[in-house]
Design a protein around this ligand. Structure first.
Ligand code: FAD
Length: 596
């Protein structure tokens, strides 16, 4: 069975040394009291919960999966999931970053992000139950009426109830403008909702006493397309005026999907048969309201792959040190043994270091974005809050797509380190690969993320937000440009920054002639910008490692080696990506559709 050790040292490095998170958070009135000791203590306890409660039920949950009783429409999660959830609620974990006005602990999003990384490492399928609930909490917190907030937020905050997001229908996934579910006003402020949703994560289960579905549907007079979609709360059990559970609402699980991974999470077909709901936010503005949940979920999905990358790496390293096969090409490294441990082989090291560089780079970038989100949510300086919000919006598709693409590469590499044993269930590695694959698909496929980045977030505002982010990088380049020791990091960082600027302009010009040029370049482009972000994080981490490595702590020596590996072996991928992005539309469109 795979093992998991929470990467507390690296989290503390990122939070306290790289980002100086406490200094930044203390400037926000909501977090004026936060300190390093509290952060470290929460991380330590959270890590214990992940490693001791969630990790042991990951492999068994994958084997067992969820079961649906077709007569009652009730779903049972795998053995141990319900008990683990009860412990999670008992420990107050769902409330970590929630608003104290609704029973939350009011701690920073940044801390929640670290907690979720650890839970995802330990058990992604389980973690999706509270993950979806937290997204529902955020959407209602931002858009619910006072009455809705009073009814639902304390229960979601405590974790007594869980939440879902019900968008997808059989004929519409990416294009939600096509959705058909209907909401009929009842004249008493409620609506009867009818339709079929599919692929609803955590859609039905036995972990909590009620499930709060957030459902997209159309009002009778709604305009066609995405401008005619409204958002509704549809609880599994109706809620009485005194907050107690009422009668069963006709919102049922009609079936469970048989799928590649995340078997422990119920992916439900949800039938709404005149279920009673209330409107969230304004009529026909449901997509905007749902975007709060979708954006939170997109950051959360990047975090899922970050967690899987970390745990796959840890297990692959342990295996590579233990497994002996063949001799090093340069002669025996463990002459006392019949063969050398496979960690001596350069390509095994390449696979391990790839996973390590993606895990540590991903952690730094995700934490950076989470801190910007804390500032966007809590700064009392409106200009600062807006600038941070814009930066989070810019970086969200990168977190979602770049980190999940990397997670797929990294988990696959780590499985490869195990040779044939990686393909066998009991080692746990093939599960990480299967679990990681969905992260590139849901919450908007990675292609859709790349279109969002290039089309909306960059070309849509003439590159203004990208320029602001680029300015931060340029300032760092200027500060460190004269340091001899930093040249190996600063020169390639400056170079990729220039190349992104040129590539953006070039694609923007082409897109004036033909908007399809954006679609032809976007996926490669996102990966190039993802590398720019990682190069920035890795150069900053390398600076700290250079300063501290002589103090005797091997953590910094390892950090420096990983930074060197990243710049030498991973960043150069951008050369070919830029070439393929520039190759443009015609090689894709030349062939007549009939010839496919
Ligand atoms: C396990 C699982 C859990 C899920 N959980 C949830 C959930 O909790 N709630 C929920 O509502 N949904 C959920 N989903 C649905 C998920 O979000 C959708 O599957 C996803 O958004 C893609 O939609 P689709 O499957 O309909 O694919 P389609 O939209 O049909 O897309 C098919 C392909 O076409 C590409 N494509 C589509 N449009 C464009 C375009 N304009 N340009 C370029 N390429 C394009 C896509 O990238 C994709 O490769 C889940 C799905 C799965 C499998």
């Amino acid at each position: 069975m795979p093992q998991y050790n929470p990467p507390l040292r690296d989290m503390q490095f990122v939070l306290h040394e790289l980002l100086h998170a406490v200094d930044e958070l203390k400037l926000l009135p909501a977090h004026a009291e936060v300190d390093e000791d509290t952060i470290n203590a929460v991380l330590e306890e959270g890590g214990k919960f992940a490693a001791e409660v969630l990790a042991p039920i990951n492999l068994s949950g994958d084997l067992e999966g969820c079961t649906l009783d077709k007569t009652t429409h009730e779903v049972k999660a795998p053995k141990g999931f319900k008990e683990a959830y009860a412990q999670y609620v008992e420990g107050g974990w769902p409330a970590l970053s929630c608003d104290p006005a609704f029973g939350g602990q009011g701690l920073p999003v940044l801390l929640n992000q670290c907690m979720y990384e650890m839970m995802n490492s330990a058990n992604q399928a389980w973690t999706m139950y509270p993950g979806l609930s937290h997204g529902a909490y955020e959407a209602l917190h931002a858009h619910g009426t006072d009455e809705q907030k009073a009814t639902y937020l304390p229960k979601l905050t405590s974790g007594v109830w869980t939440g879902t997001m019900c968008l997808t229908e059989p004929h519409c996934g990416t294009d939600l403008g096509l959705l058909r579910s209907k909401a009929e006003p009842q004249g008493d402020g409620t609506y009867k909702i009818t339709g079929q949703k599919i692929f609803i994560s955590a859609g039905e289960h036995d972990l909590a006493e009620n499930i709060v579905h957030l459902v997209l549907a159309r009002l009778p007079d709604a305009p066609a397309g995405s401008k005619g979609i409204s958002l509704f709360i549809v609880p599994k059990f109706k809620v009485n005026a005194d907050g107690s559970l009422g009668e069963r609402n006709p919102v049922y699980c009609g079936g469970l999907e048989h799928k590649m991974g995340i078997h422990g999470n119920a992916t439900a077909q949800i039938v709404l048969d005149g279920a009673v709901g209330t409107l969230v936010g304004q009529a026909n503005k449901g997509l905007q309201a749902m975007f709060v949940m979708m954006n939170a979920a997109r950051l959360g999905v990047g975090n899922q792959s970050l967690g899987l990358t970390e745990v796959a790496y840890q297990n692959a390293v342990a295996y590579a040190k233990d497994r002996i096969q063949m001799r090093a090409l340069s002669g025996p490294k463990a002459p006392d043994k019949p063969a050398d441990p496979i960690i001596v082989h350069p390509d095994v090291r390449k696979m391990l270091l790839t996973a390590r560089a993606y895990a540590e780079g991903g952690r730094a970038l995700s934490a950076y974005v989470a801190l910007q989100l804390d500032k966007a949510l809590s700064s009392d300086d409106a200009d600062e809050a807006k600038a941070c919000e814009d930066e989070v919006a810019l970086l969200t598709p990168i977190i979602k797509a770049f980190i999940t693409d990397n997670g797929w590469i990294a988990t696959s590499h780590c499985m490869q380190v195990f040779g044939g044993h990686g393909y066998i269930h009991e080692w746990g590695m093939e599960q990480y690969v299967r679990d990681a694959r969905i992260n590139m698909i849901y919450e908007g496929t990675n292609t859709v993320q790349s279109l969002d980045l290039l089309g909306r977030k960059i070309l849509g505002n003439n590159g203004a937000t990208l320029k602001k982010f680029g300015k931060k990088i340029a300032e760092f380049v200027e500060e460190e440009g004269t340091s001899e020791a930093m040249q190996e990091f600063i020169n390639p960082l400056a170079d990729i920054g220039d190349k992104v600027t040129k590539l953006t302009t070039e694609i923007g010009m082409k897109a004036f002639q033909n908007p399809d040029e954006v679609g032809a370049a976007a996926v490669d482009y996102l990966r190039v910008v993802g590398h720019l972000c990682f190069a920035y994080m890795w150069a900053r981490m390398a600076k700290l490692a250079l300063e501290k490595k002589d103090g005797g702590d091997p953590f910094y020596t390892a950090k420096l080696s990983t930074a060197r590996f990243y710049f030498a072996k991973l960043l150069p991928e951008t050369a070919s990506l830029i070439r393929t992005a520039r190759a443009g539309l015609s090689p894709l469109m030349e062939m007549d559709e009939a010839l496919f």
